[in-house]
Design a protein. Structure first.
Length: 143
């Protein structure tokens, strides 16, 4: 009489349960999609700021750049500029008027912050046009 070899049903179920427990506890630690999404949103904000500041400066220069304090982007949107180099001011009427902020991002005088994550930021300096991204996976992670 031949004896069949293999795993019993109980052994297979135990292995599946153990793998399920490992997956439920280990995978969330390795895959933190929300952190990556927040950092990506802030990278997008930085790219928007860079594009808008160059567009505003180009308009300012094309208009003669002689002391103009505002630039019109589309005939309707007026952006306040820093009169030294023509970059948008770091205010609501300046850089924030030139871009559209995504949901969950706030702005206060040149610093854009992902709401609830004080270190998940992008900083804009109107006098130089410098954009600094402080939004990293470490800074945008849940506490």
């Amino acid at each position: 009489m031949k004896r069949q070899q293999g795993f019993t049903l109980v052994e297979l179920i135990v292995v599946i349960v153990i793998l399920g427990i490992l997956a439920a506890t280990a995978v969330p630690r390795f895959v933190d999609l929300q952190t990556d999404a927040r950092a990506a949103v802030m990278q997008g904000v930085a790219a928007s700021i860079n594009t808008a500041k160059e567009l505003v400066r180009a308009r300012w220069l094309a208009n003669g750049s002689s002391g103009a304090t505002t630039v019109s982007l589309d005939g309707a949107t007026s952006v306040t500029v820093d009169t030294t180099l023509g970059y948008p001011a770091a205010t609501l009427a300046g850089i924030e008027a030139a871009i559209t902020l995504p949901t969950g991002v706030s702005h206060a005088t040149g610093t854009f912050t992902y709401t609830g994550f004080a270190l998940c930021t992008v900083t804009y300096v109107a006098a130089t046009g410098l954009v600094t991204v402080g939004a990293t996976a470490a800074n945008c992670r849940n506490p």
